[in-house]
Design a protein around this ligand. Structure first.
Ligand code: SAH
Length: 250
């Protein structure tokens, strides 16, 4: 029986899918794509006659039913997910349902939007001696977040943070970050539709970002990035320091 192929579509720019993802997409007989976030230009890679489903208006049972029929008909089925499916990709529930039906699957990773957003800004999350960790998280909304993962608690680390799925609550996010210990003048950026043609970058400080985001009418498809990695402080890495020898350079 054919496998289901989960493919990460990348953050938007249609050239940011992997070669392997592109291969799967161009060979697919059935594609189920997340229409709310995947750039439809990627569907140009599909062959003629490929059946295309937009999962935005489907529930889990309907998605699984299309996958099941596809495998029964010996068709190549691709599930095209935004960015990389390992981050807020709801792949777990799909995988569990497929296992119940004894349908196998494989996965081809994609470029997550938090990487696309860093490229849009041309920044490094891990600036030597400024920040060496990245927290990927979201604010609590209709989807609960475990209490130990509150934005306030993460803010205490003062390391690089990327907040998904939360720009519509920017006011609440800012309040929690400040409550957690970030100074009000901490650098923050909001990247809307990173790597898309209509990408927008908004930079500010915790104290003024809410107004800027609202003035720009941004309420979805954006990431909030916060931390000193966005600021003017930096140190050079040891890796390329001429006085620093290592395994590959003496
Ligand atoms: N699996 C995806 C994330 C899905 S959750 C990934 O790896 O990127 C959906 C959220 O991702 C959106 O609410 C937004 O916060 C973020 N997102 C997805 N694509 C984006 C893009 N191109 N630019 C900015 N944020 C994006």
């Amino acid at each position: 029986m054919n496998k289901i192929h989960f493919v990460g579509a990348g953050p938007g720019d249609k050239e940011l899918i992997t070669l392997k993802g592109h291969k799967h997409l161009s060979e697919a007989d059935i594609v189920i794509y997340a229409g709310s976030l995947v750039n439809p230009e990627l569907l140009e890679y599909c062959k003629e006659g490929c059946e295309i489903y937009d999962s935005a208006s489907m529930n889990l049972d309907e998605i699984i039913a299309v996958m099941k029929r596809g495998t029964e008909e010996n068709k190549k089925v691709v599930r095209l997910q935004t960015g990389d499916f390992s981050i807020y990709g709801s792949i777990r529930e799909q995988a569990e349902e497929l296992s119940k039906l004894n349908i196998a699957y494989d996965c081809t990773p994609g470029v997550s939007s938090f990487l696309g957003a860093a490229s849009a800004l041309g920044v490094e999350y891990t600036v030597p001696e400024v920040s060496q960790s990245v927290i990927i998280t979201r604010a609590e909304g209709r989807t609960p977040v475990p209490p130990k993962e509150s934005l306030q608690s993460f803010a205490a680390h003062q390391t690089s943070m990327v907040i998904f799925l939360s720009v519509q609550m920017i006011g609440k996010v800012v309040k929690q970050l400040i409550e957690g210990g970030y100074p009000e003048d901490t650098d923050i950026a909001v990247v809307y539709k990173a790597t898309w043609q209509d990408e927008k970058i908004i930079k500010g400080a915790l104290k003024d970002i809410e107004d800027k985001v609202k003035e720009n009418g941004i309420h979805k498809t954006a990431l909030i990035m916060v931390g000193r990695f966005l600021g003017s402080e930096y140190k050079y890495s040891k890796l390329y320091d001429k006085d620093f020898s290592h395994e590959y350079r003496s």
